[in-house]
Design a protein around this ligand. Structure first.
Ligand code: DOR
Ligand code: ZN
Length: 434
């Protein structure tokens, strides 16, 4: 059975396409893209879906999410997390290794991949740990992780404090063509902090995390990546100076890429005040200032920031019901990644539609060496997202197992109508189909 996605506005930044086209899919692959594909033979052989007026884009790749399985199934599972992803138009998710046990060996990688195959509805690409048990002391067997199927290594949630270990990680990762995803945080500077350091934190009587905690590690890792000749990917960039340092490093042809998350171009530290200690604004790195938000948008605009990822970090209602100091850090984001990009970047003209889509498709695919993903060329995997760019909706129903988002009740413009993974429709008209 073939599938024909007909009459949509196909936007594929990788192939510089932005025009009305039909897309023909067979056996999970794109087999043709052209205006008006005639389907010969028996009609019943081709399922035709008319998406006139809608944007048809490569399925979004979320390169940074926490699916929490194994070990924290009360927060999220591969089952629930991949359904949240599908509802948000995300067809591939990279899951971070801060699980229990940590994804730091072949067995845990295989467990995640098997679970994803059995219970998941989107593609799952595990990220392996840099150090065993994320302890920052002993490197994992990077060759073993690579052979098992990881697409990158990261100690996300923790920074690798020891510069020598980080250097060696970069050296080894290079041998296996893996990017090292760095959570940049100097924990001596951030220790005890729960929100951005500054006036608002003082006003609220909360301990601050200064931007320097991030910037210092961004600089250190750029230096190490440069001498190791390795690919560094800085994740969840939140502040102005980090953007500047990365821009500078790129100018010097150092192999560094980076991503930010929607909350860093949407919210400021003021949100902590507005929602009166709403712990759903507690995230690491913290929400920063309006100057930082401007710098992040600037970085997105000029290409310094390559990708946008959700940093989906689910936590239970009980955990988030604690006081601001002791609640865990994290915001869920699989379902709001695309709506926030359309609402806050595309409709506001910060980014063109092509550039915005690139940041969640071909750019992360390139960073992670996913050659058949992030584009709609003939032969590519038929992972496709259909969006009504103009349709407004209020975010009310959360698919993820956890509900920790500051965006609940918010109005978005840009609605995911359909999600196709490997040629199969997994989400359509507000309903999951698997
Ligand atoms: O807010 C965060 N939550 N930041 C991180 O780096 C880790 C994450 C988590 O795992 O909850
Ligand atoms: Zn992190």
């Amino acid at each position: 059975m073939k599938l024909l996605i007909a009459n949509g506005r196909v936007v594929d930044p990788a192939d510089k396409i932005d025009s009305v086209n039909d897309i023909l899919i067979e056996n999970g692959k794109v087999i043709r893209i052209a205006p008006r594909i005639r389907t010969s033979g028996k009609k019943s052989n081709v399922k035709i879906i008319n998406v006139r007026g809608k944007v048809v884009m490569p399925g979004a790749i979320d390169m940074h999410a926490h699916l929490r399985e194994p070990g924290y199934e009360e927060k999220e599972t591969i089952y629930s997390g991949t359904r949240a992803a599908a509802s948000g138009g995300i067809t591939s998710v990279c899951c971070m290794p801060n699980t229990r046990p940590v994804i730091d060996n072949q067995t845990t990688v295989e467990f995640v991949m098997l679970k994803a195959q059995k219970e998941g509805v989107v593609n799952v690409f595990p990220v392996g740990a840099i150090t065993k048990n994320l302890a920052g002391e002993e490197l994992t067997e990077i060759a073993e992780l690579k052979n098992a199927g990881v697409v990158a290594i990261s100690d996300d949630g923790n920074a690798v404090a020891n510069s020598r270990i980080m250097y060696l990680a970069l050296k080894y990762a290079k041998m296996f063509s893996l990017p090292v995803i760095s959570h940049c945080e100097d924990t001596n500077l951030s220790k005890g902090g729960v929100m951005n350091a500054g006036y608002t934190a003082t006003l609220l009587g909360l301990r601050g995390i200064p931007p320097e905690a991030e910037e210092i590690m961004v600089i250190r890792d750029i230096i190490l990546a440069h001498s190791a000749g390795a690919h560094l990917h800085v994740t969840h960039v939140s502040c102005c100076e980090s953007v500047r340092f990365i821009r500078e490093a790129k100018r010097k042809n150092i192999k560094v890429t980076c991503d930010t998350a929607p909350h860093y171009f949407t919210l400021t530290e003021e949100a902590v005040k507005t929602y009166v200690y709403n712990t759903n604004t507690k995230v690491n790195p913290p929400l920063r200032t309006i100057e930082d938000v401007k710098a992040i948008k600037e970085g997105l605009k000029d290409g310094t920031i390559d990708c946008i990822a959700s940093d989906h970090a689910p936590h239970t209602q009980e955990e988030k019901a604690r006081d601001y100091e002791s609640a865990p850090f994290g915001i869920i984001g699989l379902e709001t990644l695309l709506p926030l990009i359309f609402t806050e970047l595309v409709h506001t003209k910060v980014l063109s539609l092509q550039d915005a889509i690139a940041k969640v498709t071909i750019n992360p695919a390139t960073v992670l060496n996913l050659s058949n993903k992030g584009r709609l060329s003939v032969g590519a995997d038929a992972d496709i997202t259909v969006v009504d760019l103009e349709r407004e909706f209020i975010y009310e129903r959360v698919v993820s197992k956890s509900k920790n988002t500051p965006f609940l009740g918010r109005k978005f413009r840009g609605y995911v109508e359909m999600t196709i993974v490997g040629g199969k429709i997994v989400f359509r008209d507000g309903k999951l189909l698997l």
